[in-house]
Design a protein around this ligand. Structure first.
Ligand code: NAD
Length: 495
């Protein structure tokens, strides 16, 4: 085992790059920090431009080798083996993810690691079912032809991933890319390198050929991320992260005109009507605002509540927030872990300060919790609710990515729709009502890639996922992923 004693969440060996089936050191190392107490978990081998090039060349060679020649049935079987191997190392993945991200162990066990295995299973099955178009053609002069498309791999895929759901988001892209016969070079976030390297061990166990899955560790600009995305032999880039970074990657890929798939930031709205199921909505919104300490791109940072129940709802949400148990991520009772880093905490706290300056009323939170133990060295903030901000306030417009929301009242359905859509982002929305027609009507009015009615973060992996505006380009999920990771070539045969 390369990454050391993952059962205890501590790593005895450096976290290494994985290139052409070998675990590789770099010339430099950087520290992987545990966000719960600021301790160093491991050193991480950084990939310089030469190592990134080695990884891309290994991926290119593997594309033309055994993996490229394997049929769909064989590839799908291998991907199921990857899922089996993740499940057989379940605790190992959970511990590594918890140590890296600071997320509660209950969350990693219920969401991140099961979803990683599910991603491989879903796309292994999807590729076996994936048909292609065919047309019987007849031109005005009576000429007849048969057109049909064939699916080919896109090539070497560069995959760049953030830190909030590292394994889940990584496998969400790796699984369909490999199912389609591509090879990949992945660049995990510098904050959360462990599970990508653990996945390399799993790939070896599952018999995935050398060079098909490669991992390069490092940073973004002028570092591993940029070296990978601008590499001329990378055929496509799929990225999840901040909208600003998406714009930088777009520039980097422009000279070689690579296709991109971008899953970016959000400033998601929830609309709560007075006819909602109060308790169900409260539970749902408490998750939507605070899950993973608000560090899910789909989290609701703007909550609009019908005026007739505004005070009552704000009070109830405040009680929910104050009852959330903050603590050590490894404790079964912990519901809220730290933010990912000191830097990210400084950003979130700067928004807490800004909210004051912009005239917010603090319903609860707004500061840093005190534990009286080693967790005080971690990057915790209090779950926070504001009211009273203008819709134009920066805290209402900009993504904060912490356990925080602003709650505002509305008087009519039309007003709620206008307020919810008044954003440059458009990733997700949720609508809470027991009126069926209204649920459909409002959901269909949302400018968002996904709108939930009376639920949140309920995902069917076959459905299209992505954002509008600053929230992204393209859709992944089910056939949408398979189409992104394939080249469809049309064959026209005169009959
Ligand atoms: P980030 O954009 O700072 O970093 C993401 C990754 O990009 C990291 O691996 C980083 O090293 C790399 N990177 C940074 N600059 C780069 C550059 N110039 N070239 C190449 N690579 C570069 O994002 P983050 O802070 O890690 O993640 C949080 C963001 O991700 C939030 O905005 C959140 O909304 C978004 N997100 C979106 C989704 C979605 O599905 N839409 C899912 C999760 C997170």
């Amino acid at each position: 085992m390369i990454t050391g004693a993952c059962e205890t969440g501590s790593f005895v060996k450096p976290i290494l790059n994985f290139i052409d089936g070998k675990f590789v050191r770099g010339k430099r190392e950087f520290a992987d920090v545990n966000p719960a107490d600021g301790s160093v978990i491991a050193q991480v081998a950084e990939a310089d431009e030469n190592l990134v090039d080695d990884a891309v060349q290994a991926a290119r060679k593997a594309l033309n080798g055994e993996w490229g020649r394997r049929g769909i049935r064989e590839r799908a079987a291998r991907l199921h083996k990857v899922a089996d191997a993740i499940e057989s190392r379940f605790d190992c993945f959970v511990n590594a993810e918890v140590a890296d991200t600071g997320k509660p162990v209950t969350l990693a066990s219920r969401l991140d690691v099961p979803r990683a295995a599910a991603n491989f299973r879903v796309f292994a099955d999807a590729i076996k079912m994936a048909g292609v178009e065919s047309f019987q053609t007849e031109t005005p002069d009576g000429t007849r032809a048969l057109n049909y498309a064939i699916r080919k791999p896109l090539g070497v895929i560069g995959i760049v991933i953030p830190w909030n759901l590292p394994l889940l988001l990584l496998t969400w892209k790796v699984a369909p890319a490999l199912a389609c016969g591509n090879t990949v070079v992945v660049k995990p976030s510098e904050e959360t390198p462990a599970t990508a390297t653990l996945l390399a061990e799993v790939m070896q166990e599952a018999g995935i050929p050398h060079g098909v899955y490669n991992v390069v560790h490092g940073f973004g600009p002028d570092s591993t991320g940029e070296f990978l995305t601008k590499h001329p032999d990378v055929n496509a880039v799929t990225f999840t992260g901040e909208s600003r970074t998406g714009a930088a990657i777009m520039k980097a890929v422009a000279p070689s005109v690579k296709p991109v798939s971008f899953e970016l930031g959000g400033k998601n709205a929830a609309i709560v009507f007075a006819d909602c199921d109060f308790e169900e909505t409260l539970d749902g919104l408490s998750e939507a605002v605070f899950l993973n300490t608000g560090q899910v791109c789909l989290c609701a940072e703007r909550v609009y509540v019908e005026r007739s129940m505004f005070e009552q709802f704000v009070e109830a949400l405040k009680h929910k927030a104050e009852k959330l148990r903050q603590g050590a991520p490894s404790e079964q009772t912990t519901e809220l872990g730290p933010l990912i880093s000191a830097q990210h905490r400084a950003k979130v706290l700067s928004y807490y300060k800004l909210a004051h300056e912009e005239g917010a009323t603090v319903v609860t939170g707004g500061g840093v919790p005190e534990f009286g133990n080693v967790l005080d060295k971690g990057f915790y903030v209090q779950p926070t609710i504001y009211t009273g901000l203008a819709e134009s306030a920066r805290c209402v417009k900009e993504e904060i990515f912490g356990p925080v929301c602003h709650v505002a009242p509305f008087d009519s359905e039309e007003e709620a729709i206008v307020m919810a859509n008044d954003t440059e982002y458009g990733l997700a929305a949720s609508v809470w009502t027991t009126n069926l027609k209204r649920g459909h009507r409002v959901a269909q009015s949302m400018n968002a890639g996904i709108t939930w009615v009376n639920c949140w973060f309920l995902r069917d992996l076959r459905t299209p996922f992505g954002g509008v505006g600053l929230s992204g380009i393209g859709r992944e999920g089910g056939m949408h992923s398979l189409n992104f990771y394939s080249e469809l070539n049309n064959i026209c045969i005169r009959l």
